[in-house]
Design a protein around this ligand. Sequence first.
Ligand code: GUN
Ligand code: FE
Length: 423
Amino acid sequence: MALTIIKGTIVSAPAPGQLDITEPGYLVAEDGVIRGVYGTLPAEYTGKAVEDFGDCLVLQTFADLHLHAPQYPMVGTGMDLTLLDWLNTYTFPAEARFADPDYARKVYRQLSAELIANGTTRVAMFSSLHTDATLILMEELERAGVTGYAGKVNMDRNAAPGVLEETTEESIRETERWLGECGRFSHVRPMLTPRFTPSCTDELMAWLGKTAEERHLPIQSHLSENDREIEWVRQLHPDCRQYWETYAKFGLWNDRTLMAHCVWSDERERAAMKDAGVTVVHCPDSNVNVCSGTAPVRAMLEEGMKVALGSDIAGGDHLNMFDVTASAIRASKVRQMTDPAHPAFLTVPEAWYLATSAGAAFFGEAPGFAPGNPLHAMVLSDDALPQSHPLTARERFERCIYRRQQGALRAVWSAGRKVYEAE
Ligand code: GUN
Ligand code: FE
């Protein structure tokens, strides 16, 4: 049996708004599966090797449930347009480059390494429409130790003909080819990915819905992100009262569905998500960068919806989920200031829960470092930051959301494997 014992200041989010702190503590995993967090090492482990990180913070790793791999080279550029113009001007040409497998290999190797080096070990990720580049992405994620889902994008209308668009027949054939190749991956699985309603014909949506059901596949897409987008969907589907119905009518709306953004989802649309068990992926950086708005996250939580966080690079400009967590708090404060109902903003423990446990739930994990979960953990130093007076573990944890020293990450475990160690 392979035993992992990590010693440090162990902080986890077992419930929204709640933190468990064990200081000092031992996080123990057997064969990559968490056995427990202990203040005193149980007798059965006496004499076993302990990885002692002193008083470093031992934290859950992140789940980034919405990001676009082929937009990684764009991060930090093209911030001068709003959503639909941004897609046509910058994004589609950037994704078109992934017809070249060598380019895909280089970019996806870098992206996968950067995810791990920032403590993100679980993802739900959009690729581009290219099957070969999508398989390369999955290979590189696995190699680096990132787990989760990736999807070949489906887009057979209203994109960039001659640059980045498929015919319906190509989209179906290539999706079949891609799914046929996915059996060789063990930690990264396929997820159906209609880009969003405007880029998929009814015929393609119907085929995707049927395929999702037949093969029991999860689904990811975008919903109610931007006012012009919503108006466009209304014109494309006059039979649907609301945007979500354009997914529901094709069988793409269930508890295996992730919907990014939902900035403008009203009570009725939110109720439809809750009833079906759809998970919202809140992407606060992207929502501000492409001028979409600030999502009603407090209302979503109060209504009992499932909400996780996404970096949404490259609409989002931060791949690092500590930064995205801080952005979610900031966006919720803007919402409090601008929404006539003045909803309460997110606390640090609440935002942390969204960035870790809430996303991990999509992969079937229990919240926090629960026994039975696969070991996803990271160790963070903060000894080079000022400590003019002694800080509590909770203060140190809170600070790390907003402020980290150079090279703060010491080690990362993903699905039981150690996948990163600082030199
Ligand atoms: N809607 C359709 N495609 C995209 C995309 O690539 N990024 C964002 N933010 N929204 C989208
Ligand atoms: Fe997106």
